[in-house]
Design a protein around this ligand. Structure first.
Ligand code: ADP
Length: 170
């Protein structure tokens, strides 16, 4: 099972996978961080498609084309802003991963790359975020043989190391 999970230090916009996940905001109209990088690399058509979607609730996800990205599609999900942990942040983050996998399943997408959702300006504690990502991914891979590879694309060494630690845990 773990054989279908990889952790790589890379810019997610370079990955030629079926789908990359965007850590978007509720408007889906672009922002900073990974969201800005994805929109820049995909080109103007991405924001035009996003503008037709009516935004997205925190914990939910919506799919678009990938346009000029090497990835065929983008799943936009909205992670929670961390405000101390007593506003359902952990469950909302788990819902992001579940929502993304649900769309991947419905669309038959086999290779999927995630950034560390909520670990940037949304300030989610990295260890906890990574533990959630790994737990939800393992649950999905156990239930769904169709997914061939899940890639955790890490921009910083701290997040990369946190994934390696989490994946060592049974
Ligand atoms: P959020 O608002 O959900 O916190 P951010 O984009 O601020 O989203 O950060 C999420 C994570 O994505 C951070 O760990 C950040 O370092 C990382 N990140 C930023 N740009 C990229 C990129 N091009 N590829 C992969 N990860 C990225």
């Amino acid at each position: 099972m773990t054989g279908r999970i990889s952790v790589v230090k890379t810019d997610i916009t370079t990955l030629a996978v079926d789908v990359i996940v965007n850590a978007a905001n509720n408007s889906l109209l672009g922002g900073g961080g990974v969201d800005g990088a994805i929109h820049r690399a995909a080109g103007r058509e991405l924001v035009e498609e996003c503008a037709t979607l009516g935004g997205c609730e925190t914990g939910q996800a919506k799919i678009t084309g990938g346009y000029r990205l090497p990835a065929r599609h983008v799943i936009h999900t909205v992670g929670p802003v961390w405000t101390g942990g007593d506003r359902g942040e952990r469950e909302l983050l788990a819902n992001c991963y579940r929502s993304c996998f649900q769309i991947a399943r419905q669309r038959g997408l086999k290779t999927i790359a995630f950034p560390a959702i909520s670990c940037g300006v949304y300030r989610f504690p990295v260890e906890q975020a990574v533990e959630t990502a790994v737990r939800e991914t393992r649950a999905e891979l156990e239930a769904n043989d169709a997914i061939e590879e899940v890639i955790f694309a890490c921009f910083g060494d701290d997040i990369y190391q946190a994934y390696l630690r989490a994946l060592k845990e049974p």
